[in-house]
Design a protein around this ligand. Structure first.
Ligand SMILES: Nc1ncnc2c1ncn2[C@@H]1O[C@H](COP(=O)(O)OP(=O)(O)OP(=O)(O)O)[C@@H](O)[C@H]1O
Length: 281
């Protein structure tokens, strides 16, 4: 190869290389031809999906369409009956970097009969970051405190979690995910049963995490104040991806995709985001 061809090649390569300090997106979640059957019922049917780091993706759809099953399968919590799935390029069964993922499950009873305090449940979010048998250190305690503050539950830290209301328990689960300081959040209806003020607070917390480049994959029926954060929406209908594309913001775009069936009235319109004068106080 001539020197000028080498120089041209280097210039072309440089044009494709990210500037210093720019993060190269990774594929956080991938599914190819994903099928899931539960109790003989076909719940997911041929799902193809690829979500890169830094995306903020909403999974939408009617009750029973397969949204929770989709994200649980991406996390390896539900086995595929056909097809493949990968977490950061690794099949979920072989994935080990669980500290990277903060999962907020749907309406879990966090009390579960275990007499744990709010702080203890939130502190369990640090476990994937801790080395075996290492006592929690100052960084762990600071992360737990910050997570409790960001969901407005610092004042309830010592209370048995079972004494909290459903919406407060949901906020405990969000705090548990935040405490692990993951780079990827997977949230199954994080705002279900959570009051409007706490929803706006969560939107603010997620907005700052998104600005830092964190990845968010969330299931939602009503996006409410989270809507302006969403960059892409995936609509699941009867186990198949019926729509996958950029989120639409603005007037009448409470659901990022207009094809999504609205089953309940929304708390307020997206066009009046959390900072707008139209948002409830
Ligand atoms: N463990 C299970 N065994 C059998 N069927 C299941 C199981 N989990 C879910 N299903 C069925 O799979 C379908 C999809 O359920 P999934 O929870 O994924 O829906 P969804 O879209 O998240 O619904 P929702 O909006 O109500 O939370 C439903 O018909 C449900 O009954």
């Amino acid at each position: 190869m001539t020197r000028s061809a080498q120089a041209t090649g280097r210039a072309a390569q440089a044009a494709h290389e990210p500037a210093a300090g720019t993060r190269v997106p990774e594929v956080a979640f991938a599914m190819r031809g994903g099928h899931v059957a539960l109790d003989g019922r076909r719940v997911l049917r041929g799902v193809d999906l690829r979500i890169e780091t830094g995306e903020v993706v909403a999974v939408l759809g009617a009750n029973g369409s397969g949204k929770s099953t989709l994200i649980r399968t991406l996390l390896g919590l539900v086995p595929l009956t056909a097809g493949t799935a990968e977490l950061f390029g690794t099949p979920p069964a072989r994935f080990r970097d669980w500290w990277r993922i903060g999962y907020v499950p749907q309406r879990l009873s966090v009390g579960g009969g275990v007499p744990a305090t709010v702080r203890e449940v939130v502190a369990s979010g640090r476990v994937p970051r801790q080395r075996r048998l290492r006592p929690s250190g100052a960084a762990d305690r600071a992360a737990v405190t910050a997570a409790l503050e960001s969901v407005g539950l610092a004042g309830r830290a010592g209370d048995p979690v079972g004494l909290l209301s459903g919406g407060q328990q949901q906020r405990v689960l969000i705090a548990r995910a935040l405490a692990g300081e993951p780079d990827t959040f997977v949230m199954d209806e994080p705002t279900a049963g959570v009051d409007a003020e706490s929803q706006r607070h969560l939107a603010g917390t997620l907005a700052s995490l998104v600005r830092q480049g964190r990845t968010v994959l969330l299931v939602a029926h009503e996006l409410g104040p989270l809507a302006p954060l969403i960059t892409r929406s995936i609509v699941v209908r009867d186990g198949v991806v019926a729509h996958d594309g950029p989120a639409q913001h603005g007037e009448g775009a409470c659901h990022p995709h207009p094809g999504h069936e609205q089953e309940r009235p929304h708390a307020y319109d997206v066009s009046s985001g959390p900072m707008s004068p139209g948002a409830p106080k």
